[in-house]
Write a protein that binds this ligand. Structure first.
Ligand code: AMP
Length: 288
């Protein structure tokens, strides 16, 4: 290998599942080998039609297909369909839902939570630049890569808003921001609110406005009535309270989340090598 050959990744034979032989050459043999594991999401057309979700699915595919260049957004490589089903070819997230790891450990420590905050603030910056609002970020919708890196998945509730601000109420009760509950016009700042709720839930083990009834939860959200346990570190408290603001205009912007002293002190984010990102970007083109 010459010195100018780019090293994409160090492979071993264990990275490949060897299938049948393809042929013999002068110096060795050629085999068919499988390398890329994907997650195949199989959706039944009849169920989608029954629920009237055709438009939502098209939107989910369209949005996710256009958010391909960041490490913390689950990649949609392509899709196809037959008479009964729609198949989404997705990046495989080997560690599954963040929610399960949170349940197992009850709460995360500061480094893990700060790392998730940095990863998501970065992924959301990219989404918002593309005029996409996620609207439904919660531990059940976040998947984990091999090294525990977060993969924002499920763009079923996300929306592309090139021009307008929105009014439709959606998302999960515990993560709903005041402007959505009150039916006010909202914008991409709803994702900042969710980031604040998530930060609290990861550190404490339950979301800040959780209550015995829906009306109680709504009431707590509208009053931004957050009880911080004594165990919450002061600087994390500072970050959360800058994100959970009744007035979206008063929320800390994403750039400031990335620079926040608590995030900077505790995040252990590891970025993949640039070459690996390039090979991801070159994967099967999406044809929409
Ligand atoms: P969904 O229908 O997208 O909510 O997915 C149902 C469940 O399948 C998720 O909660 C995950 O546990 C699992 N799952 C979905 N997509 C993936 C993926 N890309 N990699 C690994 N597990 C996944």
């Amino acid at each position: 290998m010459g010195p100018s050959t780019p090293i994409v990744r160090h492979y071993t034979i264990a990275d490949f599942e060897i299938r049948g032989p393809l042929g013999k050459g002068n110096f060795g043999n050629v085999y068919m080998a499988c390398h890329f594991i994907v997650a195949l999401k199989v959706l039944f057309k009849s169920q989608i039609e029954k629920e009237g979700l055709e438009y939502q699915l098209r939107r989910e595919i369209d949005i996710q297909a256009h958010l391909q260049r960041t490490h913390n957004i689950l990649h949609l490589y392509n899709y196809f369909h037959d008479a009964r089903r729609v198949y989404l070819i997705l990046e495989y997230a080997p560690r599954g839902e963040l929610y399960k790891e949170l349940q197992n450990s009850h709460a995360f420590d500061e480094p893990r939570t700060a790392t998730v905050m940095e990863e998501l603030a970065d992924a959301l910056t990219y989404c918002h630049e593309k005029k996409v609002i996620h609207r439904n970020m919660k531990p059940e919708k976040l998947l984990l890569g091999l090294m525990g890196e977060v993969k924002m998945a499920d763009f079923g509730w996300s929306v592309h808003t090139p021009f307008s601000r929105r009014k439709k109420m959606c998302g999960t009760l515990d993560y709903l921001p005041p402007e959505m509950i009150e039916g006010r016009i909202y914008n991409e700042k709803v994702d900042l609110w969710c980031l604040g709720v998530l930060c609290y839930e990861l550190l404490v083990g339950n979301p800040p406005f959780e209550s015995t009834s829906h009306s109680e939860t709504y009431r707590h959200i509208l009053k931004v009535d957050v009880r911080f346990p004594a165990s919450i570190p002061l600087r994390a408290w500072d970050l959360i309270s800058r994100l959970l603001r009744y007035q979206p205009s008063e929320q800390q912007p994403l750039a400031q989340v990335l620079k926040h002293p608590w995030v900077r002190a505790h995040s252990r984010r590891v970025l993949p090598p640039a070459a690996q990102m390039a090979s991801l970007a070159l994967s099967t083109p999406i044809l929409l």
